[in-house]
Design a protein around this ligand. Structure first.
Ligand code: PLP
Length: 389
């Protein structure tokens, strides 16, 4: 009899454990060995081969969460991104990248591809037609990010997947912002699903890791080159990531709820000009977001009225921390222009619509009333500069 697929919290807590046969402990034991005997093992186990007991078990959990056949775990999100991309590109090949992109991925493209003889194009928008326009005869990969960082643009995953199939391309997505709880791109036909597990998967701002989920065929291909690049994750951190994933659905759902309330509050505030959040009906692609996401996530960005200095505002916050990373249980804010997108040229930032005063907000699991109160007091403290001063 075919088993009913498990619910997401059950996958988070149970799928892909290392069973403690010896002591029957409640949690996976950590196997730190970097050497495994050849006898009785049909695979050559080695940490860089992504197949220690803990790596293998956690891969199963991530594959189950992303509805794919397989997964690999990496030492960082950028390791996952670069290993995925490099597995499918050779000198002479071309890749189409979404214009609105995580700063590190943008930097990877502009600083590394040239020397490998790989050409690339950034789209001018994020509709399927914008992607198709950039496809050339030597294009091999289409790379998308939805919701994107930091403006939360939404890309039509099914349309991009269809377009990729039509042209025989491999489609890849950075699914970090949504997390596997809110969005499963494989269900829409996207080939390679990538995560910075440093974010929602880790969730506590204490792990740096990455993951790729895909069909076994694609995972095998990525594995071949990844064992050469050597971006695997230590078993100790693999174990910590497994522990974090047990509560991921609970955390992310709490963040979804908080973020929606927060976005509605900010949108109604006189001192705030724009709020970018896919769960707001005012978002340009709200309907599309609703059709491909089961929750709208904990990330948003907003622009204060020009009379308020964003740095002063962030300094006045007491509960929300100005911080580089995102997706932790604690709420954080940053200015993309000074941090995540500082490596991008001002012209490219302008093209993407990232204004100097844009604030990116990662909403945590604190009580929403406390978060709103913190923003109220910060705005009250930062007296708007008089227009006539
Ligand atoms: C943080 C982040 C990355 C990079 O991940 P690291 O773990 O820092 O290497 C990639 N994509 C997105 C959307 C991110 O937020």
């Amino acid at each position: 009899m075919k088993q009913k697929p498990k619910g997401v919290n059950t996958i988070c807590t149970h799928v892909g454990e290392v069973k403690d046969e010896q002591f029957k402990g409640a949690v996976s034991p950590i196997y730190m060995a970097s050497s495994y005997a050849f006898e009785d093992v049909d695979v050559k186990r080695y940490p860089r081969y992504f197949n220690t007991p803990n790596q293998e078990a956690l891969s199963k959990k991530i594959a189950a969460l992303e509805h794919t056949e397989g997964a690999l775990i990496f030492g960082s999100g950028m390791a996952a991104i670069s290993h995925a991309i490099m597995a499918f590109l050779s000198a002479g090949d071309h890749i189409v990248l979404q214009q609105t992109l995580y700063g590190g991925t943008y930097n990877f493209a502009v600083s590394q591809f040239d020397k490998y003889g790989i050409s690339y194009s950034f789209t001018t928008g994020w509709t399927a037609a914008d992607f198709e326009k950039e496809v050339r005869s030597n294009t091999k990969v289409i790379y998308i990010e939805t919701p994107s960082n930091p403006l939360l643009t939404i890309t039509d995953m099914a349309a991009v997947a269809e377009l990729s199939k039509k042209h025989g391309l491999v489609s890849m997505i950075d699914n970090t912002f949504a997390s596997p709880i809110n969005q499963n791109p494989a269900d829409f036909g996207i080939d390679i699903v990538i995560h910075s597990a440093t974010k929602y998967m880790g969730g506590h701002s204490d792990i740096c890791a990455g993951a790729i989920a895909a069909s076994q065929e694609h995972i095998d291909k990525i594995w071949q080159s990844s064992i050469c690049f050597g971006g695997s994750l230590s078993d100790q951190t693999v174990w910590l990531l497994e522990r974090s994933l047990k509560t991921m659905a609970l955390r992310v759902k709490a963040q979804n709820e908080n973020a929606l309330k927060m976005a509605q509050y900010l949108e109604d505030h006189d001192n705030i000009d724009v709020v970018y959040y896919p769960g707001l009906t005012s978002h340009a692609d709200y309907e599309l977001a609703k059709s491909q996401m089961s929750g709208f996530g904990g990330m948003m960005s907003f622009e204060l009225h020009e009379s308020t200095d964003p740095s002063d505002f962030m300094k006045a916050l007491q509960l929300v921390k100005p911080s580089m990373s995102l997706a932790g249980v604690e709420s954080t804010m940053l200015l993309p222009v000074k941090t995540s997108h500082s490596l991008m040229s001002p012209e490219d930032r302008q093209k993407q619509g990232i204004k100097d005063g844009l604030i990116r907000f990662s909403v945590g699991i604190e009580e929403i009333e406390d978060l709103i109160e913190d923003i109220e007091q910060a705005l009250a403290q930062v007296k708007p500069k008089s227009v006539f001063a």
